[in-house]
Design a protein around this ligand. Structure first.
Ligand code: DOR
Ligand code: ZN
Ligand code: ZN
Length: 462
């Protein structure tokens, strides 16, 4: 089931055999950016039978459907290795249909879904049932991540080999750390023979019993904090276990500068570690919990102050002080992070808005906000557009071991076409996700996806 053509989406072409897939599409007048092939310049893209036929062409075949990309950027479809799609079990928060609609609206053509579902993605049976829902509902590719431990309880290992054979692209107990170090060792051993990552959520469970970052802001708000060390202690453990076993460790959502530095040093010593950083940890700080709405590291105008203790600012790992946003950005610039991912974590009203900050669920909706947030860092001069697109396309494709994330002729025609200038205001109505839990609500962002194509089929047009 694994592989780019396998475990994913409904084929609309199947409704009327061949009709959409055999279409010839010509995308004209855009700026093509394909980091995998070192392309950045004006040109047209020709799509035939769902595949990239040519890039930069002047050939204009008769009968081709034309997409006018004047003023737009044409790049490979974005790939997100870290999303929560909530199926099975939490469909009040998100469904495969709404989560993949949000993905398409954010420019993503492939997403990997985390296993903290009910039941957890810890058996071949559950994975197979999920595959059926994906086949029926998904509008972009979905690749599942299986649990490390049965029920994500950190007691008994899953059957890594069977789950990989059933399509799991990696293993994670995300939402929690795998407490049992011996189990982590076994997972890392499995990662070697399967060539799939162990994707770790690093959080010492004894220290991480707070609701936001531990620091000046938590003390002034009287909220129990989560120290940076809670994350860094488990990053250190897992780096040591990776060095010991030679297994493939992928560190999820690094939120502290020191955590990133430890990963860089481990990489320099040859440890087999990859890592991701999230847009929200690059621009938002713990001051957002107190109501600040400044996009750090950018030149964007600040949003109107939010209410203190807005549950939409509660995320795990938490928003950290400004020094960490700066440190993470520096580490991203120096190549410490392999990819940018979203940790899209939709939550319904009762788990978020209905309760106190302390009781509210952790997580932010992210799929539709990642690209505009990263573009703000590009406009501020900190990152190149080429690098941002690289971290969202070919780099995650490499970690997936799949021939995605490029516009190489012959590749599946997965594309994102976006307007880097267009401004829009974040509201529940402008988002496709079922759960618009983001502290960016009400703020105006720049950069809007216009078309998302998967295998040459338009899956979003806005
Ligand atoms: O903020 C988070 N939300 N962090 C996690 O680790 C889990 C996620 C979720 O599932 O809501
Ligand atoms: Zn996590
Ligand atoms: Zn997560």
């Amino acid at each position: 089931m694994a592989g780019p053509g396998g475990f994913f989406l409904r084929s609309r072409a199947g409704e009327e055999p061949g009709s959409t897939m055999s279409e010839t599409i010509l995308i004209t007048g855009g700026r093509i950016i394909d980091p995998a092939n070192g392309i950045d310049g004006p040109g047209d893209v020709l799509i035939r039978n769902g595949k990239i036929a040519a890039v930069g062409v002047s050939e204009h075949p008769d009968g081709a459907v034309r997409i006018d990309a004047t003023g737009l950027i044409v790049c490979p479809g974005l790939i997100d290795l870290h999303v929560h799609l909530r199926t099975p079990g939490f469909e009040q928060k998100e469904t495969i249909a709404t989560g993949t609609a949000a993905a398409a609206a954010g420019g993503f053509t492939a997403v990997c879904c985390m296993p903290n579902t009910r039941p957890a993605l810890d058996s071949v049976e559950t994975l197979n049932l999920l595959a059926e829902t994906i086949a029926a509902e998904a509008s972009v590719r979905v690749f599942p991540i299986a649990a490390i431990s049965m029920g994500r309880k950190s007691e008994e290992a899953v059957d890594f080999d069977a789950l990989a054979a059933a399509g799991a692209i990696g293993f994670s107990d995300d939402g929690d750390s795998t407490r049992d170090s011996k189990l982590m060792r076994a997972a890392l051993d499995a990662s070697k023979r399967l060539d799939r990552p162990v994707m770790v959520h690093c959080e010492d469970w004894t220290l991480a019993d707070g609701a936001m970052n531990e620091g000046d802001v938590s003390r002034s708000l009287g909220i129990k904090g989560i120290p940076a060390e809670a994350e860094e202690i488990i990053i250190a453990r897992d780096l040591l276990l990776s060095a010991m076993t030679g297994g493939w460790l992928h560190v999820c959502h690094v939120s502290t500068a020191r955590g990133a530095e430890m990963i860089r040093l481990a990489k320099e010593r040859g440890v087999r570690v990859t890592a991701e950083v999230m847009p929200h940890h690059l621009v938002m700080t713990d001051a957002w919990v107190a109501g600040e709405r400044t996009m750090h590291n950018t030149n964007e105008p600040a949003g109107a102050p939010g209410a203190p203790k807005d549950p939409n600012t509660k995320v795990n790992p938490p928003l950290r002080p400004e020094s960490d946003t700066k440190g993470l950005l520096t580490e991203l610039q120096r190549g410490t992070f392999d990819i940018v991912a979203t940790d899209h974590a939709p939550h319904a009203e009762p788990e978020k808005g209905g309760s106190s900050f302390e009781k509210a669920a952790m997580g932010m909706s992210g799929l539709e906000l990642a690209l505009p947030t990263m573009l703000a860092l590009v406009r501020a001069g900190h990152l190149s557009l080429n690098d941002v697109i690289r971290w969202l396309t070919i780099e995650p494709a490499k970690l997936l071991r799949m021939p995605l994330g490029t516009l190489t002729p012959g590749a599946d025609a997965d594309l994102c076409i976006f307007d880097p200038e267009a401004t829009w205001t974040v509201t529940p109505e402008t988002l496709r996700t079922k759960s618009p839990n983001t502290p960016l609500l009400g703020m105006t962002l720049q950069g809007r996806v216009r078309y998302t194509l998967v295998q040459g089929e338009v899956r979003f047009n806005g």
